[in-house]
Design a protein around this ligand. Structure first.
Ligand code: HEC
Ligand code: HEC
Length: 396
């Protein structure tokens, strides 16, 4: 698989070299990030040599592979092997192949998806993998891991906790990259290219979600859903995505002017509402406190963000930080605080101001907000403060 992929990327590279690239803009964009260069160098210097490979193929998800694990009875084994083949066939019918993908719920591949495929294969597959499961050839060297789309969970949304991102959120993330991680910024993509690559990411995401559903049904029922049931399964996958479009989280109040006062109040709230429990007294997070916050939905160990780093993964506009606090971060231990501050919406802005200030101080080489900056009597001892019940996340 690994070599197939490499071979394929080599083919892409040589296509580029020989000037066969159809879309000029596709060839000219460079993310300008060393990570990409590294990836390309890594691939180009591999001992594989150049050979024209087949287009990439989807590989079965672990849930499908596991259907035949630990089965000793030959007859039963045959049943599940057939189910595995049927799943692959159903997936192909509903979602196509990597180079001719079909957006789940539609009939056939489109030019937009084909452009998405070219872009994805050139710029994303090394990290996110052919399946979009985050298992590209360089993923094992990266921390945090590239997103596995197939769970259908995305972190950086402008929608409430536990819901899907809006299309615009994915565009925004891909355009700006994820600061402090290997996820590059693709701000030189045209709007058309952004739209196409997002469409492709969505095609992989829906496909991954369907595959997991089919594997679960095959395991429980020893058969695949009939047409009617399949339609329901597909609707259950797509409906939350369709609903996300109208679920934009907007601040309840306009942002107050950032002053020393709003920063200090923000720091006080930070201590009294349990933020410090995970992020540390000064917001320096996992890098300082060694607080164990557990693993994320993708099974990777995670750490509370260092809010002073000035590299906010969710974006560093005031509204981005606001939404991270109000909506939390899907799939991670970062809870949503919209309900906690329902009666005091300015508190979220004050927290935002405190977080921006810690970042500014670090960037300017100033020490973090010192003891002297702390309110003399924090309302609640940060050690014992817990996020309130209703801020705890519901199931993802
Ligand atoms: C060098 C590796 C690398 C490359 C290349 C890369 N990504 Fe990523 N990507 C990452 C990592 C790492 C993350 C996870 C960041 C995190 O968890 O905070 C990520 C996250 C994402 C997310 C999830 C954002 C969210 O809200 O959860 C999307 C969508 C995404 N990448 C799309 C793309 C697309 C599209 C491309 C190609 C145009 C691409 N990536 C290229 C490493 C990469
Ligand atoms: C249970 C632990 C926990 C609590 C309590 C908590 N956080 Fe977080 N927070 C995290 C984790 C973990 C992340 C990083 C998630 C990721 O990207 O993997 C995070 C990320 C963030 C981010 C996004 C940073 C970025 O890089 O974009 C902000 C902002 C933030 N937290 C603010 C707060 C505030 C304000 C509070 C209190 C109102 C709070 N957090 C309470 C665990 C926590």
């Amino acid at each position: 698989m690994f070599f197939e992929l490499q071979g394929h990327l080599m083919a892409r590279l040589s296509t580029r070299e020989s000037g066969l690239c159809e879309t000029r803009s596709l060839c000219n964009i460079s993310s300008g990030r060393s990570s990409i260069l590294l990836v390309l160098v890594f691939i180009a210097t591999s001992p594989m040599g150049c050979r024209r490979a087949e287009p990439p193929r989807f590989t079965p998800a672990p849930e499908v592979v596991e259907l035949t694990a630990d089965i000793e009875d030959d007859e039963e084994l045959e049943v599940y092997k057939t189910l595995q083949r049927d799943i692959a066939e159903q997936l192909r019918k509903s979602t196509g192949t990597p180079d001719k993908p079909i957006l789940l719920g539609t009939e056939e591949s489109t030019d937009k998806l084909k452009l998405g495929y070219s872009l994805y294969t050139y710029y994303c597959v090394q990290c996110h993998g052919v399946n979009g499961d985050g298992n590209g050839p360089v993923a094992e060297h990266l921390n945090p891991k590239p997103r596995n789309y197939t769970l259908g969970i995305f972190k950086f949304t402008s929608t409430p906790y536990g819901t899907k991102p809006r299309r615009a959120d994915l565009v925004h993330t891909i355009k700006r990259g994820v600061a402090g991680t290997s996820m590059p910024s693709f701000d030189r993509f045209s709007n058309e290219q952004l739209d196409a690559v997002v469409e492709y990411v969505l095609a992989l995401t829906y496909r991954g979600q369907l595959e997991k559903q089919l594997a679960g049904i095959a395991f429980d029922d020893e058969e695949l859903p009939d047409d009617e049931y399949l339609e329901e399964v597909i609707a259950d996958i797509l409906t939350p995505w369709q609903e996300a479009g109208s679920q934009l989280v907007m601040p309840a109040t306009p942002m107050p002017t950032m002053t020393e006062d709003t920063i200090r109040t923000g720091h006080q709230i930070f201590l009294s509402k349990g933020c410090a429990k995970c992020h540390g007294t000064y917001g320096r997070g996992g890098s300082m406190g060694n607080v164990d916050v557990g693993t994320d939905a993708w099974g990777n160990k995670t750490a509370a963000a260092d809010l002073s780093s000035g590299m906010l993964r969710g974006g560093d506009r005031f509204i981005d930080v606001y939404r991270r606090i109000a909506s939390g971060i899907n799939g991670t231990p970062m809870p949503a605080f919209a309900k906690t501050f329902e009666d005091d919406p300015d508190a979220i802005w004050q927290l935002v101001h405190f977080i921006k200030e810690t970042g500014n101080r670090r960037r300017q080489g100033n020490p973090p907000l010192s003891e002297a900056d702390l309110p003399s009597q924090p309302a609640v001892d940060p050690e014992s403060a817990q996020p309130s019940e209703d801020s705890e996340k519901e199931a993802a």
